[in-house]
Ligand binder design. Structure first.
Ligand code: NAP
Length: 325
């Protein structure tokens, strides 16, 4: 006979609860640990989400100044950046004329006037504390043979396309250097890389920009100021409508001048809207370490490469396409 009293001794209810609690201690600790882990993970996720939100908000709060934002490439760039959520300030020589048509703030600026540049920066800095990106887009076209174009016209081309860009950069540098951050994006041109007849001064002003920004980029590295140039090919804008032409007509140039002008106006008429240029600028703005140059548009990589490989090949190709053979 088995003595059941020996196998199951009588215990009090308190002792029974004590044993039960001891049994529960181990799994309870695991449960507790698991719960703490979950709590910690959810806290981490929340903190990460918050940090990402703050980062996105900081990025979107970036202040961007686009010169020449009343028309063409500059207008599209400013609209694209505004739509992406950035704080955009555009400029125009006649802001009142365009203010109602654009969703971003339009400041008054003539890049050929030192006083206008000073005023523009003063107005901008009264509204914001930092300037994160300067986009030097303002520019115009002077076309004509060298001999038919007055030097005064050539100086004016440089005042706008080269010195205007340089002066805006110089005005912005103390602000960006103090911030120890910033981006300067210059709208150069395919014609800043290749030679084309009857555009010598325009080409020279854009080639000058290339040399300037290529050098400046290295100079500004220690201050975390990134410099890039965009090199568009042909895009449909108002550049031809606002273009200036050589003020003299010399009969010897008549035939070639007509052919080259026709070639350029047909190329511009067939060209697309400058959306791709705005896309490239948005990409540069978002990039942590942008490259130096961004060719954009048809044959903008091919033509400089052909010219680099063989000037003869490039020149013969151009003369053929322009009907000058
Ligand atoms: N279209 C192309 O195929 C092409 C190709 C390569 C490079 N680019 C370059 O792209 C840039 C923009 O040209 P776009 O084609 O867009 O021509 P656009 O439609 O004529 O626009 C030119 C812009 O520059 C501004 N501007 C002109 N002179 C100025 C000055 N003295 N001070 C301040 N702003 C001035 C104009 O503003 P306000 O008149 O309102 O002042 C306008 O907003 C230029 O640098 C041009 O060289 C154009």
């Amino acid at each position: 006979m088995i003595n059941s009293d020996h196998l199951s001794p009588q215990i009090s209810s308190e002792e029974l609860m004590g044993q039960f609690e001891r049994w529960l201690i181990f799994p309870g600790t695991i449960l507790n640990f698991g719960e703490n882990c979950l709590h910690f993970a959810s806290k981490c996720i929340f903190t990460c989400k918050l940090q990402v939100q703050i980062y996105i908000k900081m990025e979107k709060n970036k202040v961007i100044l686009v010169t020449g934002a009343s028309s063409g490439i500059g207008l599209l760039i400013a609209n694209r950046l505004h739509d992406a959520g950035f704080t955009v300030f555009g400029t125009s020589r006649n802001p009142e004329k365009h203010r109602d048509k654009v969703p971003f703030k339009l400041l008054s600026l003539d890049v050929t006037s030192d006083q206008s540049i000073r005023n523009c920066i003063t107005v901008l800095m009264s509204e914001v504390r930092t300037v994160d990106v300067l986009i030097n887009n303002a520019g115009g076209l002077l076309a004509g043979s060298v001999e038919e174009t007055a030097l005064e016209q050539a100086y004016n081309q440089f005042e706008t396309n080269f010195w205007g860009s340089v002066k805006m950069t110089k005005a912005m540098l103390p602000i960006m250097r103090n911030q120890r951050s910033g981006k300067i994006i210059a709208i150069s041109s395919l014609i800043g890389l290749i030679g084309v007849p009857f555009n010598s001064y325009y080409a020279a002003s854009k080639h000058a920009l290339e040399g300037f920004y290529k050098s400046l980029r290295l100079e500004l590295r220690p201050f975390n100021i990134k410099v890039s140039v965009v090199e568009p090919g042909f895009f449909k804008t108002n550049i031809d409508r606002g273009a200036e032409y050589g003020n003299e007509n010399i009969t010897d140039y008549e035939n070639t001048r007509k052919k080259v002008f026709r070639f350029f106006s047909e190329s511009l008429a067939k060209s697309p809207a400058p959306g791709p240029v705005a896309d490239v600028v948005l990409k540069i703005v978002n990039e942590k370490s942008p490259k130096y140059n961004y060719p954009v548009g048809a044959r903008t990589r091919l033509l400089p490469a052909i010219q680099f490989f063989s000037h003869n090949l490039f020149e013969n190709g151009f003369l053929k396409r322009a009907g000058l053979e």
